[in-house]
Design a protein around this ligand. Structure first.
Ligand SMILES: Nc1ncnc2c1ncn2[C@@H]1O[C@H](COP(=O)(O)OP(=O)(O)O)[C@@H](O)[C@H]1O
Ligand SMILES: [Mg+2]
Length: 127
């Protein structure tokens, strides 16, 4: 398995979110994903990028093209140093938002698989 073309992009503004969308689209095409799968991963990238900016106070994303021989794909790893997510299951639920968002961002990319890990313990006792 190889990872080619790794790039780290800043996520501080909505312009950065657009850049992440565009870069993800380019790599998804290069990986040979169908138009439907391109749209799924670009939508997921966009929602998580926006969350990184809004809820995480900004951060970084590492975008890479993966080549596993017969399988090619795009890998996105988002990082921020915000409060973390206290209750992942709740955050993934359709319609849940701790702010005034629609709460559909983490639920919308249905069919896409995301692995969410909080690198630091999230705020304890936060509701
Ligand atoms: N990077 C993050 N840092 C902290 N909390 C987050 C982060 N991403 C998502 N969340 C939490 O998960 C909730 C659900 O996210 P989402 O489905 O995208 O809804 P929305 O962004 O519309 O609130 C957010 O309201 C927020 O509480
Ligand atoms: Mg969101």
């Amino acid at each position: 398995m190889t990872t080619a073309k790794t790039e780290r992009l800043d996520l501080r503004s909505s312009e950065d979110v657009i850049r992440v969308r565009q870069h993800t689209r380019v790599l998804a095409i290069e990986a040979g994903l169908s138009l439907v799968d391109q749209t799924k991963i670009v939508t997921a990238a966009s929602e998580i990028a926006r969350n990184t900016v809004i809820h995480g106070g900004g951060g970084m994303v590492t975008v890479s093209l993966r080549d596993e021989g017969s399988r090619k794909g795009v890998r996105l790893v988002f990082e921020d140093k915000g409060p973390g997510i206290a209750d992942i299951e709740q955050a993934l639920r359709d319609g849940f938002s701790s702010g005034d968002g629609l709460g559909l961002g983490l639920a919308a990319p249905g069919g896409c698989r995301t692995n969410s890990r909080s690198p630091r313990p999230p705020a304890w006792g936060r509701k």
